[in-house]
Design a protein around this ligand. Structure first.
Ligand SMILES: O=C(O)CCC(=O)C(=O)O
Ligand SMILES: [Fe+2]
Length: 320
C-alpha cells in the first residue's frame, strides 16, 4: 500500500513526503507524544559556517541596539537597550527578519520550515523572529521556571486541542541545565490548558542540546527556563510561527519590502503574510496579490470550487 498519495489528504501529502526526505519521522513522533523535540545539528542541515555567521550577526545587532559588545564566554549587560521584557540577566532582540538577510536564509531552512508546516498544517506564518540573550543570573522569571504555553489561552486558561503555534529555538550556544536551558513538561500539550501557578514544576525536564541543535515545540506545551548558573552567554534564535487565522506578534505583513519578496521563493511571501488580504479599506481586498503568492494546493482548491460553481449555474433548473 502506498502512503503519501491519498486523494483525501492531497494538501498534506507534500508535508508527509518532506518529513520522510529529511528523516524527521522521529522528531514528529516526539512532538506528537511529548510536545517537543530536539533536532541535532546534522539534521538541521544549515550550510557550513551558518551557525558562526548567524551568531556573529546576533552579537553585532546586540551591540548596535545596546551599545555593549558581547562575548560568548563573558556575562553581558543591558547597556542602553530599552525593549521589554528584560531583567538584569536577559533581554530579547526583536524583529530580526528586518535586521539582516541572514534571517531570511534561516526562515527558509528546510527543517525549520517542515516542522512549522507539520504543526500548522501548511497554514503557518511568521509571528516573531527574536533572540533571547541570557547570562548568569535569575533569568526572566526571577528564579522560577516561569512555565507557560506559547499558544494564547482563552480567559479561563483553555486552549484548543490543535496547535495554533509552532515554536523553535536554534541554539547558538550549548544548552545544559547549568547553562539555563529551556524547561519542558513532557506531554503537557495534551492538557489543552495553561499551567496554574506552581503547577508542572516537578514534572519539568531540562532540554539539553549542543549548539547548532533546533529545539521545537507545540504551542500548548508547558515550558519555561532554568536560571543560568555559569558565566557566559546562552544565545538562541527563536522562530515563533502561528496559524494564519491568528494575529502575528511582529508586523511583517506591513514591514517586509518588495525586494525581500523578490529575492525569496513564494513560501517566504506566504510566511510573511504577503498573500493575506485581510484588513482592507474602501478599495476592498487585494485579490491579485493574494493569488500571486497563494500556495499551489490552495490555488487548485479554489479552481475546483469555481469550476463546480460554474457547472452548477450552467445546468438547467429542475422542473418539478
Ligand atoms: O528562555 C527560554 O528558553 C524560554 C523561552 C520561551 O518561553 C519561548 O521562546 O517561548
Ligand atoms: Fe514561551
Amino acid at each position: 500500500m502506498q502512503f503519501g498519495e491519498f486523494k483525501s489528504t492531497e494538501t498534506i501529502n507534500p508535508i508527509y513526503k518532506r518529513i520522510k526526505e529529511l528523516e524527521l519521522e522521529q522528531h514528529i513522533l516526539d512532538l506528537d507524544t511529548y510536545g517537543f523535540t530536539v533536532i541535532p545539528p546534522e539534521k538541521v542541515a544549515a550550510p557550513d559556517g551558518f551557525l558562526e555567521r548567524i551568531t556573529e550577526t546576533v552579537l553585532r545587532i546586540a551591540k548596535e541596539r545596546s551599545g555593549v559588545e558581547l562575548k560568548l564566554d563573558e556575562n553581558g549587560s543591558v547597556g542602553t537597550y530599552k525593549a521589554q521584557p528584560q531583567t538584569g540577566s536577559q533581554y530579547l532582540l526583536y524583529y530580526l527578519l528586518m535586521a539582516d538577510p541572514i534571517f531570511e536564509e534561516w526562515l527558509m531552512n528546510p527543517t525549520l520550515y517542515t516542522i512549522g508546516c507539520y504543526l500548522l498544517h501548511g497554514q503557518q506564518q511568521l509571528s516573531s523572529l527574536v533572540s533571547f540573550v541570557k547570562w548568569k543570573g535569575d533569568g526572566l522569571m526571577g528564579g522560577s521556571l516561569g512555565l507557560h504555553t506559547d499558544s494564547p489561552p482563552d480567559r479561563d486558561g483553555r486552549l484548543p486541542t490543535c496547535s495554533d503555534i509552532s515554536n523553535a529555538a536554534y541554539c547558538l550556544t550549548d544548552y545544559t541545565e547549568e547553562n539555563g536551558c529551556i524547561a519542558m513538561v513532557p506531554g503537557s500539550h495534551r492538557y489543552a490548558r495553561g499551567p496554574n501557578p506552581g503547577e508542572g514544576i516537578k514534572d519539568a525536564v531540562p532540554v539539553e542540546a549542543p549548539k547548532g541543535s533546533l529545539i521545537a515545540w507545540h504551542g500548548n506545551t508547558w515550558h519555561g527556563a532554568y536560571p543560568k548558573k555559569t558565566d557566559g552567554l546562552r544565545l538562541n534564535v527563536t522562530t515563533y510561527m502561528c496559524h494564519k487565522r491568528i494575529k502575528t506578534q511582529e508586523q511583517y505583513k506591513q514591514g517586509v519590502t518588495q525586494e525581500m519578496l523578490d529575492r525569496n521563493p513564494p513560501e517566504f511571501a506566504r510566511l510573511v503574510g504577503a498573500d493575506d488580504m485581510m484588513g482592507w479599506n474602501e478599495s476592498g481586498p487585494d485579490i491579485a496579490k493574494m493569488m500571486k503568492y497563494m500556495s499551489p494546493e490552495n490555488k487548485k482548491l479554489i479552481a475546483e470550487r469555481m469550476s463546480e460553481m460554474a457547472k452548477a449555474t450552467s445546468e438547467p433548473a429542475e422542473v418539478s
